[in-house]
Design a protein around this ligand. Structure first.
Ligand SMILES: [Zn+2]
Ligand SMILES: [Zn+2]
Length: 216
């Protein structure tokens, strides 16, 4: 699997290019302010981007969608329950003091069916709590156990997503982490929306927020 990650100020939100090494087909995950860096990675990898896949619709994860769409003219995927956030991107920007351009319409709502690129397959798991339409994108070779999880802001290395923004729900978040993500297996590599990679096993056994929740 080809994988490149980029992040820039002010949010240091991770944007990803994930591609098939055989067919050079690829997807973009959460293009934000680092979209130009992602486009550079696409050129360097020499891949053909086929879709934009969004983990959720908070400002920092979507500000590069318009640029990606203008460059590649490809469909943009989101969970329906985050459409209200996506359509309010300009107002989200105002809350943080940023002037943000409106983003193009969503083309596809996740419906539970897998998404293919090259020899790879994306399984979409609904993981609400940080926001209503948060998803985990589980990626691996078609027919093999998929061990890469792109979790957005649901789970971080030694931390969890905030639940104080509109639509956030702490008990729903903890249920998504412990009942949707953990069963995917300790060996799974977690690529969070901010900060370094981790694994399900590491977070299941050492994440202080998880331990506190499981203890209560
Ligand atoms: Zn978020
Ligand atoms: Zn974020």
């Amino acid at each position: 699997m080809l994988l490149e990650v980029r992040a820039v100020a002010p949010f240091y939100k991770n944007g990803f290019v994930v591609g098939c090494e055989r067919t050079r087909e690829a997807v973009l995950i959460d293009p934000g302010d680092e979209v130009d860096e992602l486009l550079g990675a696409v050129r360097d990898l020499d891949v053909e981007v086929q879709r934009v896949l969004l983990t959720h619709a908070h400002l920092d994860h979507i500000t590069g969608v318009a640029r990606a769409k203008e460059t590649f003219d490809i469909p943009v995927h989101l969970h329906r329950d985050d459409l209200f956030l996506y359509e309010a991107v300009v107002q989200q920007g105002e809350l943080f003091g940023f002037k943000v351009r409106p983003q193009p319409p969503i083309d596809v709502f996740y419906d539970g069916s897998p998404i293919q690129f090259g020899d790879y397959e994306v399984t979409v798991h609904h993981t609400p709590g940080h926001c209503p339409g948060g998803v985990c994108l589980q990626i691996g070779k078609t027919g093999e156990p998929a061990t890469h999880l792109f979790v957005g802001d649901t789970l971080f290395a030694s931390s969890i997503g905030r639940t104080d923004l509109p639509g956030g729900d702490y008990s729903l978040l903890m249920r998504s982490i412990t009942q949707v993500l953990f069963p995917l297996g300790d060996q799974c590599i977690v690529h969070p929306g901010h900060g370094p990679d981790t694994t399900i096993g590491r977070e299941r056994t050492t994440n202080p927020f998880v331990l506190q929740y499981l203890d209560s």
